[in-house]
Design a protein around this ligand. Structure first.
Ligand code: ADP
Length: 223
């Protein structure tokens, strides 16, 4: 008998640019996704790539009940500019007993309100993307940037010229500039938790964690 795969069920409410991108990506990863939007046009646009697409007003609790929204493991509230609708839908979902509600915030204050009304996770796609793009613009070596906390981040950085040919042990980045290399990408290969004898080569991508100050010095090659 074929093994039954326990799959997480996702619902995405609001199919603007962010919601559409989340829904598409989850589907591409093989998950079942229910997409809900009040606009027929938006629903028609996404219908061919999600599992189910339903035109509905998510502020209507009865409609959400009929859709069995409680049975979804994670519901993403991706309504953007209509902040009131975004907050109301989050409240309704938590009231209905949805286990994990992820809500998109426009700004810090909106995010605080979402947390207070019960959102399990608040995301700030515009702010986070701005931070990532800014870091990638400042130096040509930074490829990606992820905030782990207000003071710590993870960066993907092209191996700086000054380190090429050295081993991680010789480069001694932890002692010299306070950052830890947690993985190195060499073409399609990834060396996770690389040891001190790992050679840093031209074209390698270093995945490093550190404080923002230390990472900035490293990016700007001033250590
Ligand atoms: P983005 O900034 O990510 O592009 P938008 O604010 O442009 O997001 O899009 C949000 C989507 O949410 C729109 O397609 C809109 O029709 C939908 N939407 C807004 N309010 C509701 C609601 N109450 N129920 C369902 N969908 C909604």
């Amino acid at each position: 008998m074929a093994k039954v795969k326990t799959q997480k069920l996702f619902a995405v409410i609001g199919l603007g640019r962010f919601g559409t991108s989340v829904a598409k990506t989850l589907c591409r990863m093989g998950y079942e996704v229910l997409a809900i939007d009040s606009s027929e046009e938006r629903i028609n646009e996404v219908a061919h790539f999600v599992t189910h697409a339903v035109q509905a007003d998510a502020e209507d609790e009865e409609v959400l009940k009929k859709l069995g929204i409680r049975n979804f493991d994670t519901v993403i509230v991706a309504i953007g500019s209509d902040v009131q609708a975004n907050i109301l839908v989050t409240v309704i979902l938590k009231d209905m007993g949805v286990r994990h509600v992820v809500a998109k915030a426009q700004n810090d204050l909106h995010g605080k309100v979402l947390t207070k009304v019960g959102a399990d996770q608040v995301v700030y796609p515009e702010r986070d993307m701005g931070v990532r793009v800014a870091h990638a613009l400042v130096t040509s070596t930074v490829m990606d940037y992820l905030e782990l906390s207000p003071v710590h981040s993870l960066v993907e950085i092209r191996s700086p010229e000054r380190l090429v040919g050295q081993t991680l042990g010789k480069a001694d980045l932890r002692a010299r500039c306070g950052i830890t290399v947690i993985a190195i990408r060499k073409g399609n290969d990834v060396i996770a938790s690389p040891g001190a004898d790992t050679l840093i080569e031209q074209g390698d991508i270093l995945v490093a964690v550190g404080s923002n100050d230390d990472l900035s010095r490293f990016e700007e090659e001033t250590f």
